[in-house]
Design a protein around this ligand. Structure first.
Ligand code: 5GP
Length: 206
Protein backbone atom coordinates (compact mmCIF):
# COMPACT_ATOMS: atom_id res chain seq x y z
CA UNK A 1 0.00 0.00 0.00
CA UNK A 2 1.33 3.43 -0.96
CA UNK A 3 2.03 5.71 2.01
CA UNK A 4 0.97 9.23 1.11
CA UNK A 5 2.56 12.28 2.69
CA UNK A 6 0.27 14.16 5.05
CA UNK A 7 -0.15 17.90 5.49
CA UNK A 8 0.14 18.73 9.18
CA UNK A 9 -0.70 22.08 10.74
CA UNK A 10 0.81 22.81 14.13
CA UNK A 11 -0.54 25.82 16.01
CA UNK A 12 -0.21 26.89 19.60
CA UNK A 13 0.31 29.97 21.69
CA UNK A 14 3.60 31.85 21.34
CA UNK A 15 5.84 30.35 24.04
CA UNK A 16 4.12 26.93 24.04
CA UNK A 17 7.36 25.41 22.74
CA UNK A 18 6.37 24.66 19.13
CA UNK A 19 9.84 25.55 17.81
CA UNK A 20 11.60 22.99 20.05
CA UNK A 21 9.02 20.32 19.20
CA UNK A 22 9.47 20.95 15.46
CA UNK A 23 13.27 20.63 15.75
CA UNK A 24 12.95 17.36 17.66
CA UNK A 25 10.35 15.96 15.26
CA UNK A 26 12.52 16.76 12.22
CA UNK A 27 15.80 15.57 13.70
CA UNK A 28 14.28 12.29 14.92
CA UNK A 29 12.60 11.22 11.65
CA UNK A 30 13.52 11.67 7.97
CA UNK A 31 10.07 11.85 6.46
CA UNK A 32 9.12 15.31 7.71
CA UNK A 33 9.62 18.56 5.81
CA UNK A 34 9.06 21.85 7.64
CA UNK A 35 7.70 24.72 5.60
CA UNK A 36 9.57 28.03 6.03
CA UNK A 37 7.12 30.93 6.16
CA UNK A 38 7.39 34.44 4.80
CA UNK A 39 6.89 37.28 7.28
CA UNK A 40 7.01 41.06 7.42
CA UNK A 41 8.26 41.05 11.03
CA UNK A 42 11.94 41.82 11.75
CA UNK A 43 14.35 38.97 12.52
CA UNK A 44 14.94 38.22 16.21
CA UNK A 45 18.52 37.75 17.41
CA UNK A 46 19.79 34.38 16.21
CA UNK A 47 17.18 33.93 13.48
CA UNK A 48 18.34 33.30 9.92
CA UNK A 49 16.94 34.24 6.51
CA UNK A 50 15.57 31.19 4.71
CA UNK A 51 15.81 28.99 7.84
CA UNK A 52 13.66 30.76 10.42
CA UNK A 53 11.66 32.78 7.91
CA UNK A 54 11.90 34.55 4.56
CA UNK A 55 11.93 38.18 5.75
CA UNK A 56 9.94 40.54 3.53
CA UNK A 57 8.87 44.18 3.60
CA UNK A 58 5.11 44.75 3.79
CA UNK A 59 5.17 45.72 0.10
CA UNK A 60 7.07 42.59 -0.90
CA UNK A 61 4.64 40.47 1.11
CA UNK A 62 1.64 42.13 -0.53
CA UNK A 63 3.25 41.34 -3.91
CA UNK A 64 3.37 37.65 -2.95
CA UNK A 65 -0.34 37.77 -2.05
CA UNK A 66 -1.20 39.42 -5.39
CA UNK A 67 0.81 36.85 -7.36
CA UNK A 68 -0.99 34.03 -5.49
CA UNK A 69 2.31 32.62 -4.19
CA UNK A 70 0.94 31.80 -0.71
CA UNK A 71 -1.19 28.86 0.42
CA UNK A 72 -2.52 30.96 3.29
CA UNK A 73 -1.62 34.18 5.03
CA UNK A 74 -2.65 36.11 8.11
CA UNK A 75 -1.90 39.24 10.08
CA UNK A 76 -0.61 38.44 13.58
CA UNK A 77 0.25 41.11 16.18
CA UNK A 78 0.70 43.72 13.42
CA UNK A 79 2.76 41.66 10.95
CA UNK A 80 2.05 39.50 7.93
CA UNK A 81 2.84 35.77 7.98
CA UNK A 82 2.25 33.32 5.12
CA UNK A 83 3.10 29.88 3.72
CA UNK A 84 4.87 29.80 0.32
CA UNK A 85 2.89 27.46 -1.93
CA UNK A 86 5.57 25.83 -4.08
CA UNK A 87 7.64 24.14 -1.35
CA UNK A 88 4.60 22.54 0.28
CA UNK A 89 3.16 21.21 -2.99
CA UNK A 90 6.54 19.85 -4.17
CA UNK A 91 7.24 18.07 -0.87
CA UNK A 92 3.75 16.54 -0.63
CA UNK A 93 4.13 15.23 -4.18
CA UNK A 94 7.47 13.70 -3.14
CA UNK A 95 5.64 11.80 -0.36
CA UNK A 96 6.95 13.89 2.55
CA UNK A 97 4.90 14.69 5.65
CA UNK A 98 4.82 18.48 5.48
CA UNK A 99 4.51 20.50 8.68
CA UNK A 100 3.21 24.07 8.75
CA UNK A 101 3.81 25.88 12.03
CA UNK A 102 1.18 28.59 11.71
CA UNK A 103 -1.40 30.48 13.74
CA UNK A 104 -5.13 29.82 13.85
CA UNK A 105 -6.43 32.08 11.03
CA UNK A 106 -4.00 30.43 8.61
CA UNK A 107 -4.86 26.99 10.01
CA UNK A 108 -8.54 27.55 9.20
CA UNK A 109 -7.68 28.58 5.62
CA UNK A 110 -5.66 25.35 5.22
CA UNK A 111 -8.50 23.25 6.67
CA UNK A 112 -10.87 24.74 4.09
CA UNK A 113 -8.49 24.22 1.14
CA UNK A 114 -7.22 20.79 2.27
CA UNK A 115 -9.94 18.95 4.24
CA UNK A 116 -7.53 16.02 4.70
CA UNK A 117 -4.94 18.17 6.51
CA UNK A 118 -4.32 17.19 10.15
CA UNK A 119 -4.56 20.04 12.67
CA UNK A 120 -2.66 19.87 15.97
CA UNK A 121 -2.71 22.46 18.75
CA UNK A 122 0.19 22.62 21.20
CA UNK A 123 -0.77 23.74 24.70
CA UNK A 124 1.36 24.58 27.72
CA UNK A 125 0.47 22.73 30.95
CA UNK A 126 -0.74 26.08 32.42
CA UNK A 127 -1.07 29.80 31.59
CA UNK A 128 1.55 30.68 34.20
CA UNK A 129 4.13 28.40 32.57
CA UNK A 130 3.34 30.07 29.24
CA UNK A 131 3.98 33.57 30.62
CA UNK A 132 7.20 32.46 32.35
CA UNK A 133 8.48 31.00 29.07
CA UNK A 134 7.75 34.24 27.17
CA UNK A 135 9.48 36.35 29.84
CA UNK A 136 12.40 33.88 30.00
CA UNK A 137 13.08 34.24 26.24
CA UNK A 138 14.20 37.80 26.96
CA UNK A 139 13.63 38.81 23.32
CA UNK A 140 10.35 40.66 23.68
CA UNK A 141 9.31 43.86 25.44
CA UNK A 142 6.75 43.75 28.27
CA UNK A 143 4.22 45.32 25.90
CA UNK A 144 4.68 42.61 23.25
CA UNK A 145 4.43 39.89 25.94
CA UNK A 146 1.16 41.40 27.18
CA UNK A 147 -0.19 41.48 23.58
CA UNK A 148 0.85 37.86 23.03
CA UNK A 149 -0.84 36.71 26.28
CA UNK A 150 -4.04 38.50 25.22
CA UNK A 151 -3.78 36.88 21.82
CA UNK A 152 -3.29 33.45 23.48
CA UNK A 153 -6.49 33.96 25.41
CA UNK A 154 -8.35 34.80 22.17
CA UNK A 155 -6.79 31.85 20.33
CA UNK A 156 -7.79 29.45 23.10
CA UNK A 157 -11.40 29.95 21.99
CA UNK A 158 -10.64 28.15 18.71
CA UNK A 159 -8.97 25.00 20.05
CA UNK A 160 -11.97 22.76 19.36
CA UNK A 161 -11.53 23.40 15.62
CA UNK A 162 -8.34 21.31 15.77
CA UNK A 163 -8.14 17.51 15.52
CA UNK A 164 -5.82 16.97 18.52
CA UNK A 165 -4.25 18.93 21.35
CA UNK A 166 -0.71 18.12 22.42
CA UNK A 167 0.30 19.17 25.93
CA UNK A 168 3.93 20.25 26.07
CA UNK A 169 5.04 19.35 29.59
CA UNK A 170 8.07 17.34 28.44
CA UNK A 171 9.43 18.06 24.94
CA UNK A 172 10.70 14.52 24.21
CA UNK A 173 7.48 12.86 25.34
CA UNK A 174 5.41 15.43 23.48
CA UNK A 175 7.40 14.91 20.25
CA UNK A 176 6.81 11.14 20.44
CA UNK A 177 3.08 11.69 20.95
CA UNK A 178 2.95 14.08 17.98
CA UNK A 179 4.79 11.63 15.75
CA UNK A 180 2.41 8.81 16.76
CA UNK A 181 -0.67 10.94 16.16
CA UNK A 182 0.57 12.01 12.69
CA UNK A 183 1.50 8.49 11.61
CA UNK A 184 -1.79 7.03 12.92
CA UNK A 185 -3.87 9.78 11.31
CA UNK A 186 -2.68 8.62 7.88
CA UNK A 187 -4.87 5.54 8.32
CA UNK A 188 -8.11 7.43 8.86
CA UNK A 189 -10.52 6.60 6.00
CA UNK A 190 -10.60 10.22 4.80
CA UNK A 191 -6.86 9.96 4.04
CA UNK A 192 -7.05 6.52 2.44
CA UNK A 193 -9.73 7.18 -0.18
CA UNK A 194 -7.62 5.83 -3.05
CA UNK A 195 -6.77 2.60 -1.24
CA UNK A 196 -10.35 2.03 -0.09
CA UNK A 197 -11.68 2.62 -3.61
CA UNK A 198 -9.09 0.24 -5.05
CA UNK A 199 -10.09 -2.62 -2.71
CA UNK A 200 -13.79 -1.88 -3.25
CA UNK A 201 -13.27 -2.15 -7.01
CA UNK A 202 -11.31 -5.40 -6.56
CA UNK A 203 -14.09 -6.83 -4.39
CA UNK A 204 -16.66 -6.12 -7.10
CA UNK A 205 -14.50 -7.70 -9.76
CA UNK A 206 -13.73 -10.91 -7.88
P1 5GP B 1 6.67 34.46 15.69
O1 5GP B 1 6.64 35.93 15.39
O2 5GP B 1 6.66 34.19 17.17
O3 5GP B 1 7.77 33.74 14.97
O4 5GP B 1 5.30 33.85 15.12
C1 5GP B 1 4.07 34.38 15.51
C2 5GP B 1 2.94 33.47 15.09
O5 5GP B 1 2.86 33.39 13.66
C3 5GP B 1 3.12 32.03 15.58
O6 5GP B 1 1.88 31.61 16.12
C4 5GP B 1 3.46 31.26 14.33
O7 5GP B 1 2.99 29.92 14.40
C5 5GP B 1 2.69 32.05 13.29
N1 5GP B 1 3.17 31.85 11.93
C6 5GP B 1 4.42 31.61 11.51
N2 5GP B 1 4.45 31.43 10.19
C7 5GP B 1 3.18 31.55 9.75
C8 5GP B 1 2.55 31.45 8.46
O8 5GP B 1 3.16 31.19 7.44
N3 5GP B 1 1.21 31.64 8.43
C9 5GP B 1 0.46 31.91 9.52
N4 5GP B 1 -0.85 32.06 9.36
N5 5GP B 1 1.02 32.00 10.75
C10 5GP B 1 2.35 31.83 10.86
Amino acid sequence: MKENGILVVVSGFAGAGKGTLMKKLLSGHDNYALSVSATSRSPRPGEQEGISYFYKTKEEFEGMIERDELLEHACYVGNYYGTPKKFVCDQLKAGKDVVLEIEIQGAMQIKKKFPEALLLFVMPPSAEILRNRLVGRGTETAEVIARRMKRASEESEGIEKYDFIVINDDADKCTDIMHNIIQSAKYMPLRQKEFIDKVRKELKEL
